[in-house]
Design a protein around this ligand. Structure first.
Ligand SMILES: Nc1ncnc2c1ncn2[C@@H]1O[C@H](COP(=O)(O)OP(=O)(O)O[C@H]2O[C@H](CO)[C@@H](O)[C@H](O)[C@H]2O)[C@@H](O)[C@H]1O
Length: 724
């Protein structure tokens, strides 16, 4: 038995073959593919809506396929044969349901309209920014003293407080686009059609007898039932960077990959990021909105692309354009204003941006904000909307990728974020370093429904005064909603078997089976490309990362004299602190035949180094998760890392007696300890080839994909959803 939404279907077949169920009404057609034996009922679930129409197509043979619709209450046994009366009955039942749903929707609209007009009658149509501010503050006070009605909404046009319920409802009247403002399960069912359209479509759906052979050949797109099952929800990940469009480090990788894994579990997933450049894949949605930033109205344009099951929405405005190489550049105020604008515009995306024709809506929705740059989003969600009876079913999760950057400023910065006075306490923080100050990360952590960080080790460290960078007390207070989930990797982008950067210049793709030939070929290609002596026996040591205090580049620098006494080659790729960049260049100049210091950001080189190096150094002082060691291991490159944060979680130390483990770790950020670990590593590389290969193989055989982490994220999203 197959089921479409809550309506089950039986597919009856007469010959062995395969068919496709095609949900025509869905804005983005999805297919379910069945292989089957003659006269057998089939199990399948359509991901689409209750109201989707379907048609059957077969694989080219001239067979007559039949599909029968039955009532959801029917038992399986009673539905074996095709019966037009039953089909008709099922259609009538379905029509009734649709009509009931539409009635319910119309009633809700009427109620909302009443509410809006009563609010409008108390407020002039156009109120100034300051008036809105007062109004918000007053309502906030009213709310907290209990005089505000539940569900009461703000009387604004899309502006600093963004919610334009009245506008939306007026528009709904004429254009029937009210789905934007409704909970998503209603919005999507309603799409943008009228009741009559629905009925028309419904009646069309009753003709379910399809002759095969006339249609296109089968193009398979296997869609099993959603892995998330009943937990399927709408998820919007908001981040300041998103690979491949924008990336300064690991956050970009996560924003580009985690959403795809969540989508694979059946969630409807969107990523919202600034549009820093002219991204070819994206289309102008035609949606333009204005938001207040530092008293100025700033217009944003929403662009959109649908890739690998994920809606990518990019927010364009002159503040973002052409800074892709300097995303976090500019002075403190510039960055703050960009992030304020970004968060204000992002939180309203589910209302304004129709992805595939249909907005996400604010029901059954969870935002995933990332780091301090988007930590204002949970605050705006609460202050502008949820405190005012809007977005009642929307939740937020804040992910900590790096606590070292917090959006700190003087207390006076509070005036830029356009929030009611009583919100100041969320931002206020005192610590011995910053004194009393304004802290955006603090406010986000306090406001989000759930907090995640990117490994268990880092989750523990964040609660200590050394690891929490002044936010440990807040994190300890929030322990009940705080969890660690180790990052995954994008196994499409970062996979030696398919890596697009290994297809030219002498490099080659390789898998576990081809490790012994493929990896040496990549090593030779890397040595050649960088102008180092092409010597297969010499260990190539790599470092990739931001050149800053976190990554422990200075520890490598201190170890360079020792390393140069060894027969090794060292390749370092990074950008960051000018003094460390200069140091890289200097090392290369001093040791032309042994060191390459590549100052720059090159994704291609990072991939090629990961494939061609034997060893990856990660002496990070702190490392929330670390992706490079995960990439390295999956390419058969052995990590030598400081056992901290996610590195401790993911690099199990080599045990020569048990022939277990994945690399070498050292327990404090100390040059001698680095040298000791690297020394053992080099000794094993040279003297114990089998052990070395074992290390490589164990690394490559790990399941490091995002699919695993996505299950844990889903648990957090569900917990957030039921958080009141
Ligand atoms: N010069 C360069 N050229 C090309 N590519 C370069 C590069 N420098 C860095 N990269 C790439 O940027 C990414 C860095 O990711 P990491 O997770 O190692 O660190 P980052 O500190 O940025 O991320 C933070 O967020 C991530 C994600 O949660 C955490 O894993 C991490 O611990 C935390 O510090 C990798 O994809 C790496 O290849």
């Amino acid at each position: 038995m197959a089921s479409l939404g809550s309506l089950p279907f039986v597919i009856e077949t007469k010959a062995e073959s395969c068919v496709l169920l095609h949900c025509k009404n869905h804005h983005r057609p999805k297919f379910t593919h069945f292989s089957y034996k003659p006269r057998k009922s089939l199990e399948a679930t359509c991901l689409h809506e209750l109201t989707c129409g379907i048609s059957l197509r077969c694989d080219g043979r001239r067979q007559l396929w039949r599909i029968k619709r039955v009532r959801s209450s029917d038992s399986e046994e009673g539905v074996g044969d095709v019966d037009t009366e039953d089909t008709l009955q099922a259609t009538i039942e379905k029509s009734k349901k649709v009509l009931a749903m539409q009635r319910d929707l119309l009633q809700r609209i009427a109620e909302r309209r009443k509410l809006v007009s009563s609010v409008n009658s108390n407020h002039p149509d156009k109120i100034s920014y300051e008036e809105r501010n007062d109004s918000l503050q007053n309502q906030d006070v009213a709310s907290s003293t209990g005089s505000m009605e539940p569900g009461q909404i703000l009387p604004s046009e899309a502006g600093p407080y963004g919610v334009d319920s009245s506008q939306q409802l007026k528009k709904a009247d004429s254009e029937a686009v009210w789905s934007d403002a409704l909970p998503s399960f209603l919005s999507r069912n309603s799409e943008t059609t009228s009741v009559k359209d629905k009925q028309d479509k419904d009646s069309k759906n009753s003709s379910l007898l399809v002759e095969s052979g006339a249609s296109d050949p089968v193009i398979e797109d296997v869609q099993p039932p959603p892995l998330a099952g009943a937990n399927v929800m709408n998820v919007i990940l908001v981040a300041a960077e998103c690979a491949p469009w924008s990336k300064t480090g690991g956050l970009g990788d996560v924003a580009g990959a985690l959403p795809k894994a969540l989508a694979r579990r059946g969630h409807r997933v969107m990523v919202v990021a600034p549009r820093y450049g002219n991204y070819a894949e994206t289309q102008d949605t035609g949606v333009r909105k204005r938001y207040k930033v530092d008293g100025q109205d700033v217009e944003v344009i929403y662009f959109q692309a649908y890739i690998d099951g994920v809606d990518f929405v990019f927010i364009e405005c002159p503040m973002f354009l052409h800074i892709e190489n300097n995303i976090y550049g500019g002075n403190r105020m510039d960055i703050l204003k960009r992030m304020i604008l970004f968060c204000k515009a992002a939180v309203e995306v589910p209302w304004h941006v129709p992805c595939g024709g249909v907005c996400y809506g604010d029901g059954n929705l969870v935002f995933i904000a990332n780091d301090w740059h988007t930590a204002l989003l949970p605050v705006y969600l609460k202050a502008y909307y949820r405190d005012n009876g809007l977005m009642k079913y929307t939740r937020s999760v804040l992910v900590i990728h790096n606590i070292a950057h917090q959006g700190r400023g003087p207390v006076d910065d509070f005036r830029y974020v356009d929030l009611p006075e009583n919100y100041m306490d969320l931002f206020r923080l005192y610590d011995p370093v910053g004194g009393e100050h304004f802290n955006i990360f603090a406010a986000g952590l306090r406001t989000a429904d759930r907090i995640v960080t990117v490994s268990h080790g880092y989750a523990w460290e964040l609660k200590t005064s050394e690891g929490g960078w002044g936010l440990h007390n807040i994190i300890n207070e929030c322990d009940w909603k705080f969890t660690g989930i180790v990052n995954g990797i994008d196994t499409k982008d970062w996979n030696p078997q398919y890596d697009v950067h290994l297809t030219s210049d002498g490099y080659t793709n390789y898998s576990l089976e081809g490790l012994q030939t493929g990896k040496p070929q990549c090593k030779a290609a890397l040595q050649k490309e960088l102008g180092l002596p092409v010597r297969p026996e010499v260990p190539v040591i790599g470092f990739i990362g931001r050149l800053d205090h976190q990554k422990g580049v200075d520890l490598i620098a201190e170890a360079v004299p020792w390393m140069m006494g060894q027969d090794v080659q060292l390749i370092m790729l990074g950008t960051g602190r000018p003094d460390l960049e200069q140091m890289l260049r200097q090392f290369e100049n001093q040791h032309q035949d042994k060191i390459r210091g590549w100052v720059g950001f090159s994704v291609k080189t990072a991939h090629r180094m990961t494939a061609g190096a034997d060893i990856l150094l990660m002496p990070s002082r702190f490392e929330p998760c670390g992706l490079n060691q995960l990439y390295a291991m999956s390419y058969g490159t052995v990590p030598v890392a400081h056992a901290v944060g996610g590195l401790r979680d993911t690099v199990q130390p080599f045990d020569p007696f048990k022939e277990s483990g994945l690399g070498w770790t050292f327990d404090s950020a100390d040059t001698n300890k680095l040298i000791h670990a690297l020394g053992n590593c080099l000794y094993t590389y040279r003297e114990y080839k089998n052990s070395w290969e074992g290390l490589q193989r164990r690394g490559m055989m790990q399941e490091l994909s995002w699919d695993h982490a996505a299950v844990h994220y889903e648990e957090v999203l569900v917990a957030a959803k039921y958080q009141w």
